[in-house]
Ligand binder design. Structure first.
Ligand code: GDP
Length: 291
């Protein structure tokens, strides 16, 4: 599903998340581990403010593990608690609960000191479309038994999902808009499936992905498509070789570039060729800088 974001939508999304934030003790900011910078909302720090935050690097199964480790260190250095996870296959779900406990520890100690009865930690998930918010909510919901009661005083009825003994999660995530000013970010969002075809030209997305693999993982690229690309070959040469190797030809026996492009983008989106991280810590620096 592609959502076209207009200023009105953004304002509404922000308002809704701000409303929901009032009900929670901490926020899970869900990012795509392959693009931790590009998949963050450009105003996220502004929206979350000083609410305790956990960064969830989801889809770790498709990201380069070495790069994920670097991103984890980076977030830690920034004072943000990171967890790498794979919501689809239910990896590291317990660490999500642990993280929520860690970032709210002080607050609950303060409450306890005032003599308040202990209660579950309330949290919500926010993130741009397609980073895996619903998948994670469903996963966490399965870990638990039932939904708890409604929250009174909220226009839309919010349900809390009990996760283990210590956590309650809002059943609706906060959906925020992606970055879309920057061309390269757009290509990365498309390459990972965060935004769908129409917005960014697919040929540019395929070229970006191919050149990335040519630069960082040439051997795997050659092996996967059974081709013999060299370091300095042009993207046209790569298209041609893949087309020939896969028998993607038009009636006139010419390479069917459209099919090659679709194949390449689909393969990269699903991590069929290899596990790649397209945002590098060294290059993007601040992960949550406002654009
Ligand atoms: P939402 O828009 O943020 O709610 O995203 P969804 O939960 O609908 O997930 C978008 C797509 O990503 C779906 O096809 C999910 O199966 C897939 N997905 C979610 N989490 C993971 C993950 O950790 N690993 C992989 N490989 N796919 C995932």
């Amino acid at each position: 599903m592609t959502i076209q974001w207009f200023p009105g939508h953004m304002a509404k999304a922000r308002r809704e998340v701000t409303e929901q934030l009032k009900m929670v003790d901490c926020v899970f900011e869900l990012l795509d581990a392959r693009i931790p910078y590009s998949s963050s909302n450009p105003m996220i720090s502004d929206i979350i403010k000083d609410k305790p935050r956990v960064v969830l690097l989801n889809k770790m199964d498709m990201a380069d593990p070495r790069e994920t480790a670097k991103w984890m260190k980076h977030f830690e250095a920034e004072g943000v608690y990171p967890v790498a996870l794979d919501a689809k296959n239910g990896k590291n779900l317990n660490m999500v609960i642990k993280a929520a406990e860690a970032v709210t520890k002080e607050k609950f100690e303060r409450l306890a000191a005032k003599g308040l009865r202990p209660r579950a930690i309330r949290a919500m998930i926010v993130g741009i479309p397609n980073v895996g918010k619903s998948t994670l909510i469903n996963r966490l919901a399965k870990k638990s038994l039932a939904k708890t009661g409604n929250m009174p005083g909220v226009t839309k009825k919010q349900q809390w999902i009990k996760v283990g003994k210590t956590l309650e999660l809002l059943d609706t995530p906060g959906i925020l808009w992606p970055k879309f000013e920057d061309q390269v970010v757009g290509k990365k969002l498309s390459l990972t499936g965060a935004i769908k075809d129409s917005i960014v030209h697919l040929d540019e997305v395929a070229i970006y992905g191919l050149e990335y693999m040519q630069m960082y993982d040439l051997e795997t690229l050659n092996k996967h498509y059974n081709i013999t690309i060299e370091e300095n070959d042009s993207y046209l040469e790569i298209f041609d070789q893949i087309g020939r190797s896969r028998g993607m030809k038009n009636k006139g026996n010419e390479i069917d570039y459209e099919s090659v492009i679709e194949l390449v983008v689909r393969d990269i989106r699903n991590a069929k060729v290899g596990r790649y991280t397209f945002d590098r810590v060294e290059e993007v620096g601040q992960p949550d800088e406002t654009e």
